[in-house]
Design a protein around this ligand. Sequence first.
Ligand code: PLP
Length: 397
Amino acid sequence: MFSGITERLHGESNDLYRLRDELKKQGLPIQDFISGNINDQGYLFPQDLLEEILVRGLRQCRVYHPDSFGQKFAREAVSEYYRENGLTINTDRILITPGSSLSYWYCFKLLADEGDEILCPCPSYPLFDYIALLSGVKLIPYRLDEARNWSVDADQLEACVSTRTRALVVISPHNPTGHVASAEEIAAIADISRRHDLAIISDEVFSEFLIGRESLPRPAGSDAPLVFTLNGFSKMLALPGIKFGWMAVSGESDRVRKALRSLEFISDTFLPVNEIIQASAPEIFKYGRSVSIDFAKRIRDCWKVAERILASNRQVQFVRPDGGFYVTLRLKNLDEEWAAETILRENHVLLHPGYFYDMAPNHLILSFVQQIETIREFLPKLLETLERQMRQSSAPE
Ligand SMILES: Cc1ncc(COP(=O)(O)O)c(C=O)c1O
């Protein structure tokens, strides 16, 4: 009765989350040091302002007149956002979606047939596996190099290209390594995409959250033949439930035209974006600018505190993130799964072992997007737990 895909659509149960649920059942509060939904950490778009904007949006769209690309005023607002960031992407090259996850699915369907390949960075947030499964494409991992601050190794990336490769995914700032691709890396990736005729899918959902960088180099500013730039309100404005995202299409005009023609059909089949949200988008952008600047500052402040605490510890190494919400910790001779479970049991802090992201062994991932007091209270405790475990595991028998 069911499709082959259905048989493969089941999450693997894992011990860490079973333990978390058990501790929660016992009434213990668990500090979440991993969730990408920063609403839980107290980062919230101002409620009164959002209510006013949504009411005005509602009034604007009592009669339903959908546009397959998304309403023009919403696309104009996205185009304006890029203009303010130094990039010209015309309104008619923007497609509104309910978020980057669905934008990925559109891109995969647009670019690849069953069995075609898409190159994805590894390690990575496990977002694409099910999207690839649902769309029948094969993901080929290309490695980010921890020894070089998790940067892209262009030679290794190029070695992954085959006759079935259709596109490559760039995530910058990257989740979870925090790497921001430099202008040189973007140029090298664009060069590969041009020589092998590949589209670039550029995931920029953490674009507003840079640390120690002034600006974000973007594939859309390169001479790659076809670039889909993905972003949305989910991270930018801590509005994941609003479900407003977009893809901006740039590159050679005939390719862009062809992509947009097909995207119009894909999007028209579903017309998935709420009209009230589309009507509200220009004002959310307008008033949201200061909100995202404030979030970005708070997040940089969090990182400063976390960095000081991490740097005072000699057992755990970390790569300083250039952006995003996460930092990767490298442990000396300690099993990461055991470490994550012990921290959860003893400190009541949830973080992830690196293998959740296909990272080499002995890593933990944590989010520093917290309240500063929470970092001050919990980070030293969990480092102490790690140090103790490492001392024990390296002590002579
Ligand atoms: C790198 C990355 N891209 C995309 C997404 C999903 O974005 P959206 O909420 O817009 O679907 C996430 C979610 O955490 C993410 O980490």
